[in-house]
Design a protein around this ligand. Structure first.
Ligand SMILES: C[S@@+](CC[C@H](N)C(=O)[O-])C[C@H]1O[C@@H](n2cnc3c(N)ncnc32)[C@H](O)[C@@H]1O
Length: 227
């Protein structure tokens, strides 16, 4: 099995358990820092059937048609031209093998009571994504990307969660805003003082236990490589 854009942990441990001692898992990740962390995790957890390679998911240089499963989680929502990664995943799956993705779609990420700061930060994130060729609504397109990539029997499983008080994902919009602050300021998408005020207001809102926070829409889709 192969995980694309596995990051420092991803699904490597799950896949390792799934294939068992006689199987093997290959992670491919472009960030050398994430590769180093993933390799450390593999050693610490004794995942002897897993290896992680530093490489580009669009062109892995792994042997084509050689994996029972090629999979990725939350990678397409971060890259321009996601069809390139889908094409490589399809090429790596054996005839009759599977390709499976888990992706985000920002359509469902809402809160209640409504918050102007929440709406402004979502709108800012969407503008940042558009300006950088990234599609925050790629989740809904996933089944089509898999069919267009040549897979058969494409299935879809949508998921949505509520993040209750204490759940770290409650502040995910703020985490995005923090991570992207320098890039959004450099691209003149917003002024520093305005962004700081939005983040302070939103932090108060999500820390209020009475605020409902709904996750992104997660779309899981998978299909089979024709025999
Ligand atoms: C949001 S993280 C998800 C990590 C992991 N899949 C998980 O679910 O925990 C996206 C990861 O994809 C990696 N990535 C993005 N584009 C890539 C590419 N072209 N080739 C390899 N890795 C890539 C990033 O470096 C990052 O580690």
């Amino acid at each position: 099995m192969r995980e694309i854009g596995c990051g420092p942990h991803g699904c490597l441990e799950l896949l390792s358990k799934r294939v068992g001692p006689s199987g093997s898992v290959v992670g491919v990740e472009r960030s050398q820092d994430a590769v180093d962390l993933a390799r450390k995790m593999i050693v610490e957890r004794g995942l002897n059937n897993v290896e992680v390679l530093c490489g580009d998911a669009r062109s892995t240089e792994l042997p084509p048609a050689s994996f029972d499963l090629a999979t990725a989680r939350l990678v397409l929502v971060n890259v321009p031209e996601p069809e390139q990664i889908v094409a490589e995943a399809v090429a790596l799956a054996k005839p009759g093998g599977y390709v499976a993705f888990h992706e985000a779609d920002w359509v469902a990420h809402i809160c209640d009571p409504p918050s102007d700061a929440w709406s402004a930060l979502v709108e800012l994130f969407v503008r940042y994504s558009e300006q950088n060729g990234i599609d925050p609504f790629v989740g809904r397109k996933l089944p089509r990307l898999l069919r267009d990539g040549g897979l058969e029997d494409v299935r879809v499983n949508p998921l949505i969660h509520v993040y209750p008080p204490g759940n770290p994902r409650r502040s995910i919009l703020l985490d995005f805003a923090e991570n992207l602050t320098e890039r959004m300021l450099a691209q003149n998408l917003i002024g520093e003082a305005e962004l700081a005020e939005l983040k302070t207001t939103l932090r108060r809102h999500v820390e209020d236990p009475g605020t409902l926070v709904v996750s992104h829409l997660w779309i899981q889709a998978w299909g089979r490589q024709p025999v």
